[in-house]
Ligand binder design. Sequence first.
Ligand SMILES: Nc1ncnc2c1ncn2[C@@H]1O[C@H](COP(=O)(O)OP(=O)(O)O)[C@@H](O)[C@H]1O
Ligand SMILES: CCCC(=O)OP(=O)(O)O
Length: 353
Amino acid sequence: MKILVINPGGTSTKIAVFDGEKKIFKKSIKHTAEDLKEFKTVFDEYEYRKKLILDSINEGNISVDSLNCVVGRGGLMKPIEGGVYRVNKRMLEDLKNAINGEHASNLGAILAKNIADDINVPSFVVDPVSVDEFQDISRITGLSDIEKASWLHSLNHKAVCRKIAEKMGGRYEDFNFIAAHLGSGISVVVHNKGRMIDGSGGRSDGPFSPERSGGLLVYPLIKLCYSGKYTCKEMVAKVSTIGGMYDYLGTKDIMKIEEMIEKGHRKAKLVMDAFIYQIAKEISMYGASLYGEIDKIILTGGIANSKMVTGGVQKRVEYLAPVEIAPGEMEMEALALGAMRALKGEEVVKEYL
Ligand SMILES: Nc1ncnc2c1ncn2[C@@H]1O[C@H](COP(=O)(O)OP(=O)(O)O)[C@@H](O)[C@H]1O
Ligand SMILES: CCCC(=O)OP(=O)(O)O
């Protein structure tokens, strides 16, 4: 059973082909700002990315006709529960209109459907960014105009938690976890017996990340927005792609920042210490969501490779629960496994309504 997996990101399109559970091909196709400059919206990029994907698998000597299904990372659609979804017209319409904002993952569904339709096989998305399992109290913000929405790295969160639950001899639904996905973007999530009942991330709250500001002080933010210094588009960029570490230190690369610290760069040390402190505070805060009944604290994502970060966070939060480090991400595997469960009839495929 051959499955093509597509994971579109802001600066890359990661693709893989799985034969059963075995990964037989993988590639990360890079896109420079220059490459993407001509496209007005994220959705407009799909023909360009589709061609690159097809060329790549062709170069990898994999025939498109041999694929049994295509699965993509799902983006910002309506709030939905976790699971495997068939890509349908309504989903594509919502993603095209960016009903919940622009994000590269909005391309996953259209790329999967387009390639799959050409060869008459099914297309799916799995645990999209817009999975929303929040409890009602998690949505109240303090201002009735603003409701907190779930905007998390759901796919990796659920995949990593499932794997750790298995290692612990149970199922995801048996445990309580607080997990932090530490990548270019960060999300910290409360997993209560298999449901993500609260969490921070996206472009709104939580710790700052290599490229995002995280939660900001409300009053100074209002003043900055109305200062006349920045347009709305520039403000959105400041909080989502050129904020955080990049704004303070001019790089989004944690390895470079570690080198700077080793060479005695004082500002880099201060920003790194604050980064660790904010992640640890966020994790501790969510201890209250679980009344302190936490089976594991999990650190995952590319930055979980950094001993400086994981060690620093661990020191501050291990009073709450044991800390497990799961570096990197399992998104490609999680997409393939979801599609496989669907093809084998082991999981009911959901319809996006
Ligand atoms: N071995 C490593 N040590 C420290 N930081 C790392 C390591 N590998 C990746 N990172 C950092 O992880 C971040 C990217 O996160 P990642 O989850 O790989 O990607 P993305 O979120 O962009 O998909 C970057 O800041 C990068 O410097
Ligand atoms: C917060 C979930 C979606 C997201 O921001 O993903 P990236 O960090 O991959 O951009």
